[in-house]
Design a protein around this ligand. Sequence first.
Ligand code: FES
Ligand code: FES
Length: 156
Amino acid sequence: MAQVSLNLNGTPMECEVDENSLLSTFLREDCGLTGTHIGCDTSQCGTCVVHINGQSVKSCSMLTLQADGADITTIEGIADGDDLHPMQAAFREHHGLQCGFCTAGMVMSAIDLLRHHPAPSKADIRAYMDGNICRCTGYHNIVKAIDAAAKEMAAR
Ligand code: FES
Ligand code: FES
């Protein structure tokens, strides 16, 4: 076991973790943050994307120990109280989800896209979101939702 210090969704925490635990497993099983999903555990699907120090990362691709000292934001940390993040609101408004399994990862990746590229074209959105797979194949509405969120966020 090893000691790690993290800032998780704005809350500082110290905890003891198994040296071999993946960050995705730690978030779900030790922290109860089950919004981060595990679809493949092999860095293929993007359902486990979280933000580490402001960058999107597939949380199944790193050990919890590697996040020592980091600021971590999960899907549970992006709303402002009862107000959804504009990206969440756009996914709801534009039906950017079906079963919802991929949605948290999609939303976290899409927020990261807009940080780097606030006015992406639909082709930019499709290219950036390449690492996020939707097994329901609802890509058209996902792109529409991200496009709408970009416009909404730019107008604020
Ligand atoms: Fe991490 Fe699929 S569970 S990429
Ligand atoms: Fe079902 Fe994407 S909405 S996997």
